[in-house]
Design a protein around this ligand. Sequence first.
Ligand SMILES: C[S@@+](CC[C@H](N)C(=O)[O-])C[C@H]1O[C@@H](n2cnc3c(N)ncnc32)[C@H](O)[C@@H]1O
Length: 209
Amino acid sequence: MMNQSHWENVYQNKPVNQVSWFQQNPKVSLELIEHARLPKEANIIDVGSGATRLISELVALGFYNVTVLDISRAALAKAKAQLKSLHRDVNTFEWLVGDITQIDLDIEKYALWHDRAVFHFLTEREQRQAYIRNLHSSLKKNGEFIVATFSLDGPEKCSGLPVVRYDVEGLVKTFGPSFELLETKTESHQTPFDTEQAFVYCRFKKIRS
Ligand SMILES: C[S@@+](CC[C@H](N)C(=O)[O-])C[C@H]1O[C@@H](n2cnc3c(N)ncnc32)[C@H](O)[C@@H]1O
């Protein structure tokens, strides 16, 4: 509950382009998604989506089975408002308010799971295990999974909360042998406050049921 009220407070009080993780153009995510070569009808979930521009970019690319999940209701309200301003029909998407370590997701539904800057908030082993259980059960066989976290030279906190930083090896070890590493990228994210944050991205494939 504390976690949820933290995020509600952020999205109720800050403009979407005044949070450190704001990106005008989520280009690394889009590049990795393109490499997954998904059909347009693919089920995609963006976990801890916030008010990211990624959703409208996915729509512009022709994807329509998109699930937008966040612990904050206010975040999703802002994401919907953004899409409405682009004259998109928000009812074609699935909107889920919930904690990714607790929510029940449909089994083997998704061809792609995307997470930028959410997994790194899971500082407890049990939280990470719950996340990975959800990831594993809701991804289709051969489904892909893109995760972006602060890298080892990134900040120790995000939104005032402690994070776990990773390198590629750490992510591979954390997600375990059910996931095969396909590709990695790094990014120096320029925040709206003219500071930089080092990110590592990995694209994985689920290889074991
Ligand atoms: C740093 S922001 C990143 C937002 C978005 N992914 C982006 O790249 O712009 C982290 C997001 O994760 C959400 N979040 C944090 N903990 C979560 C959890 N346990 N389950 C679901 N969402 C969570 C927050 O509300 C917030 O929108």
